[in-house]
Design a protein around this ligand. Sequence first.
Ligand SMILES: Nc1ncnc2c1ncn2[C@@H]1O[C@H](COP(=O)(O)OP(=O)(O)OP(=O)(O)O)[C@@H](O)[C@H]1O
Ligand SMILES: [Mg+2]
Length: 355
Amino acid sequence: MNGTPQDAARSNSDSAEESLRMVSSQPQGNEPISDEELRPQVLDGFIGQPRLKAQLQLFLDAARKRDTPPDHILMAGPPGLGKTTLAMIVANELGVAIRVTSGPAIQHAGDLASILSSLDVGEVLFIDEIHRLPRPAEELLYIAMEDFRVDVMVGKGPGASSIPLTLPRFTVIGATTREGMLPSPLRARFGFTAHLDFYPSDELEKLIERSAAVLGLSLDPGAARQLSLRSRGTPRIANRLLRRVRDWATVHELDSIDTDAVHDALALYQIDSEGLDRLDIAVLRAIVTSFNGGPVGLNNLAAMVGEEADTVETVCEPYLVREGFLVRTPKGRVATAKAWEHLGLTPRDDVSQLT
Ligand SMILES: Nc1ncnc2c1ncn2[C@@H]1O[C@H](COP(=O)(O)OP(=O)(O)OP(=O)(O)O)[C@@H](O)[C@H]1O
Ligand SMILES: [Mg+2]
């Protein structure tokens, strides 16, 4: 389903809003480039997600043993959890080239046809944001993925004809943050779907230690732990916070990073012990202090914190809900006992029954 222009404008403004936040899971500034140096190259270097790694290992081992390109793979999950990283790892582990494109970059089916027809045998075609492929390109992709064939249109108008072109066997790796938006015929053409989930803090701690080693930083175990707790389950955020703490250490000429450095650097960016930022705290504080814990409607809440309702709903609430600070009820948003306590307040007596 295509959104209206208003929807598009709204999601742009959400992402503009989101990109101002240190705790955003979207890439910021030149991060896609600096992410590169922190990207593990082999499956062994990929931290966490043990079940997924074992599944992928088996999948790759089998393909290598049979000496055929593996089935197509879909990487699904929220931003910043490692979809692109895993796609690069798969190509690297197979020792094949990877061609990178994305749903929005392909405007016409012909764009995709020309990429497909230039693939060599065994190559990986990585299609990022695959849920945003235009419909005609999607239909062309179904056939290419299943039959390794594209129909090339020759000529125009009534004299036009299509010539089938056989493709070498290749592997599509699709990545999506919105698996539900993929039409089922497309989803069905992937032999393996890797669902990436938010990382528990002990895995993030290992990831931060690995990144610190790559960046040549000396980091106390306590500092890695503190950073992991504030990274919202997301490797991209963990790496970003680590870089900001590195800035702090550089400017203050610290030889090694300890918990005080983490605390001071992140206090400057207004990121608290649970990874909540200024906007998250403003939302919780408004519910608790101005609406006595809720329920409060989204529009009233947004007005109280001086933000667009959409921003509160899409940028702020998902993490607050996931972490159990806030619940959505039919009557409106309610702050949980955890939210009251996080603000240093005693919950209203009936809060636990409400939530
Ligand atoms: N499991 C992991 N181990 C080590 N580093 C990781 C892991 N997952 C992600 N990273 C690092 O986090 C950063 C973001 O990961 P990546 O770009 O793969 O996310 P993504 O899921 O593709 O995000 P998006 O949906 O925005 O494209 C990269 O620097 C990557 O190296
Ligand atoms: Mg990506």
